[in-house]
Write a protein that binds this ligand. Structure first.
Ligand code: SF4
Length: 253
């Protein structure tokens, strides 16, 4: 269905019309190529590597993230994959990280807050239940923000896609922020396309996915998705929260 990968899009650099962003401080001579919703993610990643060779990829190893890792390696990415251990991850998620690290030795898998555990004193007991925003801020957002302040990459490669949730329905291939650019090559890929790619390439998908955990976060805050719900409906269900704060809100990356 997905066909052969398109040529890496370095030839698009600087060509065509600039559609959304004129300039970025980290890449002052490069405008956006004329990407369309049908643009192959490999082309987006190729452009990202050429434009932001210092880019970094955060990941939680969900289906989107696993597909993006494989595509990025095919496009020539050999940088870091940064994961934040909140202390509340499912064992299956940690095992998925380890399987990916074994499969892609050209990547550097970085685990922040490694060895965290629920009773480590970083947050009060049950903070995830009474104030999940505060818990995410301490256990997830702060470690990654601190790491990125040190590394200061000009861009992040991210796996979010529009059909994950209504709150992500407008995600663009490229988002500019105050600190760095965010590049989302899978923005227009559907869950069916991701599943087909993962199956075709025999990717090590988190086994919880096949039990209905279409988006897997901490075990304290994730349930399986029910029929008719979107892929992220199982995250913080019933708590009025849809994002951890990495990609949305005041502390976003
Ligand atoms: S997802 Fe839940 S347990 Fe994990 S950091 Fe956020 S609030 Fe805390």
């Amino acid at each position: 269905m997905l066909g052969a990968p398109a040529p890496i899009g370095r030839t698009a650099r600087g060509s065509g019309s600039v559609t959304a962003l004129e300039r970025h401080p980290a890449a002052p001579f490069v405008g956006l190529p004329p990407f369309s919703p049908e643009t192959d993610p490999l082309e987006i990643i190729g452009w990202a590597l050429a434009t932001h060779p210092d880019l970094v990829m955060p990941s939680a190893f969900n289906l989107n993230g696993v597909v993006l890792i494989d595509l990025a390696v095919r496009a020539g990415y050999a940088g870091e994959v940064v994961f934040v251990d909140t202390g509340y991850h499912f064992p299956e998620t940690l095992a998925t990280r380890d399987r990916l690290a074994a499969r892609y030795p050209e990547l550097q898998f970085v685990t922040l807050n490694a060895g965290a555990y629920p009773e480590d004193g970083q947050t009060p007991d049950n903070l995830y239940a009474c104030d999940p925003d505060a818990c995410c801020a301490v256990r997830k957002v702060a470690p990654l923000q601190q790491y990125l302040r040190g590394k200061a990459p000009s861009a992040l490669l991210n796996a979010r896609s529009r059909d994950q949730a209504s709150t992500r329905a407008e995600i663009a291939f490229v988002e500019d922020g105050n600190a760095r650019r965010k590049i989302n090559p899978l923005a227009h890929w559907t869950r069916q396309m991701l599943e087909a790619y993962a199956a075709e390439h025999d990717l090590p998908v988190n086994p919880l996915y096949f039990d209905g955990f279409l988006s897997v976060g901490c075990w304290t805050c994730t349930r399986a998705v029910r029929a008719g719900e979107d892929a992220r409906a199982g995250r913080w269900a019933g708590k009025g929260k849809t994002e951890c704060g990495l990609w949305d809100g005041a502390g976003q990356l």
